[in-house]
Design a protein around this ligand. Structure first.
Ligand SMILES: Cc1ncc(COP(=O)(O)O)c(C=O)c1O
Length: 364
């Protein structure tokens, strides 16, 4: 049995009928105005799902992060603290606008940014913290909100892995400006690139509208604008899938539960932050001999993934930030030992049990 990390065709299959119905609706729209209305309907549906006041549909998660930073006034040479253990886009959003990423370490059990380490990285130039809810596990928002309040810092949440996740009864994306990637490989995935941003702050929302929409008056709001709006076709796909998001999340939780109950003790599982509900974009495990385990799974036709190369170890940031970079011991240790196991809502219990057996046999 060949088990890929993900199989988009299997994931899209249950929604094909609804997606095609929505696409036909979009094809019949008559004007830019009608497209905009259609996209706005998705924004309202997502805002309502996420219990956020406002949502803005965009062409990617990276765009959402860049706009979020700019909308709260982050400028060239300002510093932004973020975890190094994340997808490169979280860092690029900062450096693309000329600000300086400052990498903080993570907690070794939850794999989310460590508030204790954030505090050590704050300087007079710090303007914002980006909390990444990595693999769908909400970061320690209580600690982050406290620090942000103490030092008057903006909070941006990278929710790209965390559509539907909750921290203390509140959905992620409501503690600061929420930035969601809706790329195909996310829990709420389009076909290609898409993203969405959430905020509960009217002023930020109005600023973002000016930064993202073509205005009727050509001289207003266009000065700093590059095309960044979500396409109506992606909105059509996402509207079809949003209705089923909680069911998909629940199915992934059931598969994750099989992993949690059946994997042997040599496998260390990602711990959930207290009072949170994680959503499993991935199932990340930490294990000794991770490379050999990866090879063993590959031999057995199971495609695992190695974790992200921490951003402070990438050649890009080693060149850009040179002697400003410091070692991050937890991140570096985790990076050497982390693997992501196949996890999709379309994975069957039998397949997950098969993967557990192959992993356990490696350690037996
Ligand atoms: C944690 C994280 N942040 C940001 C992004 C960027 O999103 P996008 O690819 O939609 O620009 C991704 C996408 O993979 C991600 O995983």
């Amino acid at each position: 049995m060949q088990l890929n990390y993900k199989d988009y065709s299997r994931e899209n299959l249950p929604f094909t009928g609804e997606i095609l119905k929505n696409i036909k609706e979009v094809l019949a729209l008559k004007s830019e105005y009608e497209h905009e209305k259609y996209i706005s309907a998705f924004e309202q549906e997502f805002a309502s799902y996420n219990k956020s006041r406002y949502a803005i549909a965009l062409n990617s998660g990276t765009t959402a992060l860049e706009l979020a930073l700019r909308s709260c006034g982050v400028q060239r040479n300002d510093e932004v603290i973020l975890p190094s253990y994340t997808y490169i886009a979280t860092g690029l959003a900062v450096s693309n606008i000329g600000a300086e990423p400052v990498f903080a370490d993570i907690k070794d059990d939850t794999l989310t940014i460590d508030p204790g380490n954030i505090k050590k990285k704050i300087t007079k130039k710090t303007k914002a913290i980006i909390a990444v809810h990595i693999h769908g596990n909400p970061a320690d928002m209580q600690g982050i909100v406290k620090i942000a309040g103490e030092y008057s810092l903006n909070i941006i949440e990278d929710c790209s892995h965390a559509h539907g996740a909750q921290y203390k009864g509140k959905k992620t994306g409501n503690f600061g400006i929420g930035c969601f990637s809706c790329h195909t490989d996310k829990n709420l995935g389009a076909i290609g690139n898409a993203g969405i941003l959430t905020t509960n702050d009217k002023k930020i929302y109005e600023r973002l509208i000016r930064m993202t929409r073509v205005q009727d008056e050509p001289d207003i709001g266009l000065s700093n604008r590059t095309p960044c709006r979500m396409d109506a076709l992606q909105a059509a796909i996402l509207r079809a899938k949003l209705i089923h998001l909680d069911t998909m999340i629940e199915k992934k939780r059931q598969i994750a539960q099989i992993y949690r109950s059946k994997l042997c003790d040599e496998i260390v599982l990602q711990k959930q932050e207290k009072n949170s509900k994680l959503v499993y974009r991935d199932f990340a495990v930490v294990a000794g001999s991770a490379q050999q385990l990866y090879d063993h799974l590959k031999k057995n036709l199971i495609q695992a993934k190695k974790g992200y190369l921490p951003l402070h170890l990438t050649s890009y940031y080693r060149t850009l930030l040179k002697n400003k970079l410091n070692p991050l011991p937890v991140t570096e240790r985790i990076y050497k030992n982390i693997l992501w196991l196949p996890l999709s809502f379309s994975l069957t219990a039998k397949e997950a049990e098969f993967i557990c057996r192959k992993i356990n046999s490696f350690f037996a």
